[in-house]
Design a protein around this ligand. Sequence first.
Ligand code: AMP
Length: 399
Amino acid sequence: MNKMTIRDLDVQGKKVLMRVDFNVPVKDGVVGDDTRITAALPSINHVLENGGSLILMSHCGRPKGKKNPEFTLKPAADRLAELVDAKVTLAPDVIGAEVKELVDELKAGEILVLENVRFYKEEEGKDCTPEEQNAFAKELASFGDVYVSDAFGTAHRAHASMAVVTKYIDQCSAGFLLEKEIEYLGKVLEAPEKPFVAIIGGAKISGKIDVVTKLMDTCDAILIGGGMAYTFFRAQGKSIGDSIVEDDKVELAGEILKQAREKGVKLVLPVDNIATDEFSAEANIKVVEGHFEDGWMGLDIGPKTIELFCAEVADAKTVVWNGPMGCFEMEPFAKGTYSICEAVANSNSVSIIGGGDSVAAVKQSGMADKMSHVSTGGGASLEFMEGKQLPGIVALTDR
Ligand code: AMP
């Protein structure tokens, strides 16, 4: 990686301004899944153990540029206090005189968590001028001597705390988590060990077209499951009954099929499906091969497809997986997704899981620790794999 990392920083006696992703689920003021907080602990502890103090910034939810106690970072700060051996204080605001005073008083080994950066419209930069966003970022920058970003999940956004604050601090580095994401995802782009198999699923093809197109350059096989498969079926002229489809993407799906043929990439679609006559876990179920009758919709890949996909995965040396194979939230349609989970976990491949739903499925299956890398960024990991430059990474200091 050609960017500065946290290891390159001398944090002794310094105030370290760190962007983390504490956008965690909260219920009744208590954090549910704290994965995102624990994921930032290596960087946080590194600073504390090396004599620095920390000013943490994060967003949480969508307060849309307004102060809203519903989206306070208090639950995240409380959880962090349980996880670290350090004094943790939550600032009453993001910027301002009161916050500045708390920053000035901060001692080595202590943590100050700023309030939700999205309490200010300047964070996302919508409905404000570039000058206003710069002023906000400059004030944030004044809190730290050096900057660390560990928020991969928002690295694809050119937000103030990620990509503008960096204009006003000399040394801006990647934290351990960001570095790990770049290392794993970068390897997939540059030198994946072959055979390289991508598994792409989820409800829709939109948002994943670019990554499918890009993966065709490096992949040996692309396995398409989930609702998006039906748009490809339509492009092949199959009747899909009431299955989910994006009519405006049918032509594009046809184009992708053609490109795959031309490039010699194996693009594998389901050969059978678990179909139902109602979008419900209690509805009638049957296996459909080929054409669907009206009134039936495909909600999971079928047994032959599971076998086919798992065989591809078993031989792979690199696997990238984004998007579930079906409506895995409903038990009768979860088998495809969990079978893939198992196959990836049992393979001898470097496995990279991205995207909220596939990550959730991997965690629920208890197999997360058998994967090489479970990405903390859904949209960010897709954009990275599309070969796009992520503003939150570009903004860091070059080595
Ligand atoms: P995405 O955000 O595009 O990755 O889509 C994830 C969602 O796709 C999950 O909530 C799944 O329930 C849903 N999904 C997967 N397969 C299907 C399908 N065959 N029909 C409808 N929804 C699906």
